[in-house]
Design a protein around this ligand. Structure first.
Ligand SMILES: Cc1ncc(COP(=O)(O)O)c(C=O)c1O
Length: 427
């Protein structure tokens, strides 16, 4: 059989067309767009009145909306609301939310913040959100000043009979009485009381030492109920039913076996941002804890929080524009990237970077892992369509609030696109 030149040429041409077709199909589309009107206004405001360094913005119009969603939920369920201080780590922000939400209840997780809260919010009712080493509790009492009365207004969260005994000894040494809230494992498996024997051991100690210990309630935290576990495993409804079966059993045990420690004013705390809406369906717990949902960072884009809106953004200025992406050592060969990908035809170096955050506006920006991340001046790429000039702001959405909010100095609170407050964060 002779070589079929025409056939070969046809086949080669055909596969070339197919390859080009597949290539065009694989080639990244232009994802760049200019700012929306919302971010365009924030950009103008920051250029006129901002510090031109990375800042954390909190949009009070959006926070108001989120507060009102939470308020309506707790009103429907007849529960109280407790604000999670570590997730909103600025006294000014906490005060603002507490006033609009009409709650003086806080959940604290850190002794230095707790001492601060006791001074800043002398009327607050504070529940610890994790069991602290007894030395931390001792330090709290050593440093505590002012009218906040821990023997009435503070509940220590405790998880084991051993730690309870350490706190009892602390109370004895201080000549005071400590209010004790018991951490329940309602399915999170992050410690806490997991069975009746452990609960009994703790209740026994409390009953035996009324001069030093007062039983104040239970805390059962269940974020997994709203975190979007694959529905094949369990629906949120089923998960909530399991959580509440455990919670109910612990409360029943108390009522039947320790009726002297039971009273209707006990704090039966539950939930967190991912699960608080689901607790509208039960009436055992007396209160829900909510923090992060007030600001809705990106990891909280959950079905249970669909009524909430993002309310915190990082803003940082563009310091340099350097054109098409250009990687050290590759130099001119870097052109292949911008030739292939229209979203690498513009390069911006921003002030700071490498935060736990996603690019928000203008749309279509990406960090460059090949070039490397930087906390000082991070490379950001996009297409020319993003329309960013020097000293325009890049906006990012934090993935979580608690540690990210502490990284920028004062929070800048904005309303209707204008800076209206500077709120210091905890330190
Ligand atoms: C005990 C406890 N309750 C509630 C929360 C919920 O906090 P957030 O509403 O900020 O998710 C947390 C968060 O870690 C927690 O540890």
């Amino acid at each position: 059989m002779g070589f079929n030149r025409r056939g070969f040429l046809k086949a080669a041409l055909g596969s070339g067309v197919v390859l080009a077709g597949v290539g065009a199909w694989l080639r990244p589309q232009d994802q760049g767009e200019p700012y929306s009107e919302y971010f365009s206004q924030l950009n103008r405001e920051l250029k006129a009145n901002g510090p031109m360094r990375p800042v954390m913005l909190v949009d009070l119009d959006r926070v108001d909306h989120n507060i009102d969603v939470v308020k309506a939920s707790v009103r429907r369920s007849g529960k109280q609301l407790r604000l999670v201080e570590k997730s909103l780590p600025s006294p000014g922000l906490l005060d603002y939310i507490g006033q609009r939400a009409e709650t003086g209840r806080l959940m604290s997780f850190h002794q230095p913040f707790l001492n601060h809260d006791a001074v800043q919010f002398p009327k607050a009712d504070i529940l610890l959100g994790k069991p602290l080493p007894v030395r931390s509790a001792e330090l709290f009492y050593q440093l505590h000043k002012g009218p906040f009365d821990p023997s009435r207004q503070l509940q220590w969260l405790l998880d084991t009979p051993e730690r309870l005994e350490q706190y009892r000894a602390l109370a004895q040494g201080l000549g005071t009485r400590l209010r004790v809230n018991i951490e329940l494992d309602v399915g999170l498996h992050r410690g806490g009381v997991a069975d009746e024997a452990a609960l009994e051991a703790m209740l026994k100690v409390i009953r035996a030492h009324p001069a030093q210990l007062e039983f104040a309630g239970f805390m059962g935290y269940d974020p997994f109920v709203g975190m979007g576990v694959p529905e094949l495993l369990a629906t949120p409804h089923t998960l909530l039913a399991r959580v509440m079966a455990i919670y109910n059993a612990r409360v029943d045990f108390l009522r039947v076996r320790y009726p002297d420690l039971w009273h209707p004013n006990l704090t039966l705390n539950t939930a967190g941002s991912p699960s608080y809406r689901l607790h509208e369906q039960e009436n055992l717990s007396t209160e829900v804890s909510v923090g992060t949902a007030m600001l809705k960072p990106s990891h909280y884009d959950l079905p249970s929080l669909s009524e909430h809106v993002p309310a915190a953004f990082i803003a940082t200025p563009v310091l340099k524009r350097t054109g098409a992406v250009n990687i050290p050592a590759l130099d001119d060969k870097s052109r292949i990237f911008s030739w292939w990908d229209v979203n690498q035809r513009a390069t911006f170096f921003i002030y700071g970077g490498n935060w736990m955050a996603d690019f928000e506006s203008p749309p279509g920006l990406k960090s460059n892992n090949l070039y490397g991340r930087s906390s000082n001046q991070e490379m950001v790429n996009g297409s020319e369509a993003v329309g960013l000039g020097l000293e325009d702001q890049v906006f990012l959405r934090p993935t979580q609030t608690e540690s990210v909010l502490l990284q920028f100095g004062d929070l800048l609170a904005v309303r209707a696109g204008r800076i209206v407050e500077h709120w210091p964060v905890y330190n």
